[in-house]
Design a binder for this molecule. Structure first.
Ligand code: BTN
Length: 254
């Protein structure tokens, strides 16, 4: 069996839900997000790349995207009736984390990193496509480190499933399971997702170091809850903080 992503292997996948109802595969691109902009979007349309030359990560960072990883973006079109847009990332994190747990022990580091041990093996980034202030589509980008390795000194906390397991994984199968599990997660209720998310969340009940991006201040607190809009509640001796992912980064886990 060929472990590498290819259109031929992707055509054979058993896709059971809306995510991946149409899959377009590219050997290489700048980013799966960029490709989406030239396509006629519909809910479930998924673009997959074997390699990205300019992958984007959260907080304006780059996403290392050499061959061996699974890089995908899928589209969601309005109306967004079931889940609020910020909640969509949590839904996807639950779906992806469940799949990765079938390979290596995996947890969610708030808001949406998937980590195994103290290494990040997957990142999720959701972007809104808007026109005249109106949201035209939500694009969910997911980068999974499957068979890629050789992360540079600048990424000491990154690893891949194959680096951890010391064996090669079928990238097409990972893609299939991730898309199916995400569709399944979208069938769950908000309450069920939140319960699952909290079970998988590494931070809950632990000390977190909040790094406020606005002023560079740092603060230690205990993560006490994850709210339905994805906000994290954290408490120290005197205060409770409600933080969203754009405002803080967490230190101390990697
Ligand atoms: C993060 O920083 O944790 C989020 C990383 C998201 C990477 C994925 S790979 C597929 C999609 N295309 C991109 O350019 N980025 C996302």
């Amino acid at each position: 069996m060929n472990n590498e992503l290819s259109q031929k292997e992707i055509n054979k996948l058993n896709i059971t839900g809306f995510a991946g109802n149409e899959i377009l595969f590219f050997e290489e691109s700048s980013s799966t997000f960029d490709l989406m902009h030239s396509l006629d979007l519909h809910t479930g349309l998924t673009v997959v790349c074997a390699k990205q030359n300019s992958g984007s990560g959260r907080l304006g960072r780059n996403w290392e995207s050499r061959k061996g990883g699974v890089y995908l973006t899928f589209a969601l079109m309005p109306p967004f009736e079931k889940f609020e847009i910020p909640f969509i990332t949590l839904v996807c994190a639950v779906g992806v984390c469940k799949v990765l747990n079938n390979y290596v022990p995996s947890m969610i580091k708030w808001p949406n990193d998937i980590v195994s041990g103290n290494k990040k093996i997957c990142g999720i980034l959701t972007r809104n496509m808007s026109q005249k202030g109106e949201i035209q589509a939500v694009l969910v980008g997911i980068g999974i480190n499957v068979n890629n390795s050789g992360f540079g000194d600048d990424l000491p906390h990154a690893s891949s499933i194959s680096d951890i397991l010391k064996e090669e994984i079928n990238e097409n199968k990972v893609l299939e399971s991730v898309l199916n599990e995400i569709s399944h997660a979208f069938d769950m209720s908000e309450e069920e997702i939140l319960t699952e998310y909290k079970k998988l969340c590494l931070n809950l009940g632990k000390e977190v170091k909040l790094h406020f991006l606005k002023n560079g201040e740092e603060m230690k607190a205990i993560c006490t809850d994850i709210l339905p809009d994805g906000t994290m509640a954290a408490q120290n001796d005197t205060e409770t903080f409600y933080v969203n992912s754009g405002e803080v980064s967490l230190k101390g886990i990697y």
